[in-house]
Design a protein around this ligand. Sequence first.
Ligand SMILES: NC(=O)c1ccc[n+]([C@@H]2O[C@H](COP(=O)([O-])OP(=O)(O)OC[C@H]3O[C@@H](n4cnc5c(N)ncnc54)[C@H](O)[C@@H]3O)[C@@H](O)[C@H]2O)c1
Length: 244
Amino acid sequence: MKLEGKVALVTGAGSNLGKVYAFALAREGAAVVIGDLDGDLAREAARVLGETGARAIGLEMDMGNDAHIEAGVEATVAEFGGVDILVNNAGLARGRWNLCSELTNDEWRDILWVNVGAAMACARACRPIMAARGGGVIVNQSSMGAYAVLTSAYGVSKIAISGLTVALAHEFGPDNIRVNGIAPGAMNGRMPPEVFERMLSLQSIKRPGAPEDLEGALLFLATDASSFMTGQTLIVDGGVAARP
Ligand SMILES: NC(=O)c1ccc[n+]([C@@H]2O[C@H](COP(=O)([O-])OP(=O)(O)OC[C@H]3O[C@@H](n4cnc5c(N)ncnc54)[C@H](O)[C@@H]3O)[C@@H](O)[C@H]2O)c1
């Protein structure tokens, strides 16, 4: 168990990719806080995790709400004494299939805040706690959409979070906090069938991706296996972004 004694906070972890991340961290021994817009989903995921013997709690934590971000970090410290790993997974998919110019200014503000600004705010809240513990790890969720098939406000926000990863790596490095990212491809088929078929045709690996395909990248970034790596985003997309 590579994360025994560590505490992890994962946002948007009540279901789907974030839930898989939370469970993977717990399997390596971390105590896990599952934050989600939907508090019931978060608490249920934590309950299931608790049945495996892991230490876990679920919290309502809307990344669009500044007070929830602060409260989520405070609750993590209150429950488990600190935070060592932050996974900024929550992201708004709204606008993923729209052209940039089709969205309203308010939709732009929401997408950029939740997908980028809120990740920064959560990282900022965790920084002093990690620094006091001698360091920490932050993993930001980008998307293959940032590197290929970039057509949407969503894709723009995912390029921005990869930029945030570089910026925070430099800012937080002196506190021994490493900041890296993961850019998943199409992981669960929850997209219009014609888009999914197109993604599959662009992949080098000719099968659908599954959330579990991301566990290796997450555990690599969350553990000392990547101890001298910071400011990088790993693309895990079956080969789409690497197409010639
Ligand atoms: N699913 C994919 O194929 C894929 C591919 C590339 C990148 N991503 C990124 O991975 C992350 C997770 O994707 P997903 O498909 O699991 O997401 P999802 O849309 O399935 O949502 C996962 C969870 O996030 C929660 N959530 C939504 N808005 C939130 C908010 N404002 N604050 C807190 N929680 C919130 C939801 O309640 C849900 O339980 C996102 O950042 C997404 O952009 C996903």
